[in-house]
Design a protein around this ligand. Structure first.
Ligand code: SF4
Length: 189
């Protein structure tokens, strides 16, 4: 992938899954002088109440940092239809690839139609995720659009996990102990 000069592309559309996964990435971009616009599109999250809580934390942090946020549709029926047949896949398996594809294709489409040159996602920062799998979905999502690139950085560097834990505690974000979809949800887990 060619080197991306962020100073030439000041605005990044950042797909955000939840506040704990987003905060350290947002801080990193702000420290580089980049003010990302946040794109909240997570039709995978179940139940609806959990979706609302995750979104509320992201909105509160965006307000605090004075960042713009695009609130995309919830639409869990479409998500469920697209992962049909892969319900029993393990985490990091085929269902997760489809899930990343769904969310990042929508992000790329929005980015392209709104003249962003770069988009990124917070999906890969968690150590529970396969970062290569996430970045592969991002690169794939960018392919149909000329003039749009996926920023496939390793966001785990520079003690990002520790930074994220500290900010999550300070900001009292809503936290969760499962990835998000009904198939990763375990009551009482
Ligand atoms: S486990 Fe997470 S990444 Fe995988 S399908 Fe469920 S919500 Fe998506």
């Amino acid at each position: 992938m060619p080197a991306i000069n962020l100073s030439d592309d000041k605005t990044v559309l950042l797909h955000t899954c939840c506040a704990p996964c987003s905060c350290a990435i947002i801080e990193q971009l702000l420290s580089e002088g980049i003010r990302p616009d946040l794109f909240f599109y997570n039709p995978n999250v179940h139940p609806f109440d959990e979706y609302l809580q995750r979104k509320a934390s992201v909105i509160a942090y965006a307000r605090k940092k004075k960042l713009d946020l695009i609130d995309a549709d919830y639409d869990p029926e479409t998500w469920l239809a697209l992962v049909k047949g892969f319900e029993n896949e393990p985490e990091r398996g085929k269902r997760c690839s489809i899930c990343f594809d769904i969310r990042l294709k929508k992000t790329a489409e929005y980015a392209s139609t709104h003249q962003y040159k770069l988009f990124a996602t917070t999906n890969g920062i968690s150590r529970w995720k396969d970062m290569d799998q996430v970045n592969h979905s991002g690169r794939l999502a960018a392919l149909p659009y000329s003039g749009l690139a996926f920023l496939d950085r390793n966001w785990r560097l520079d003690h990002a996990q520790a930074k994220a834990s500290r900010i999550t505690k300070e900001e009292q974000f809503h936290t969760q102990n499962y990835c998000g979809c009904i198939f990763s949800f375990r009551p009482g887990k």
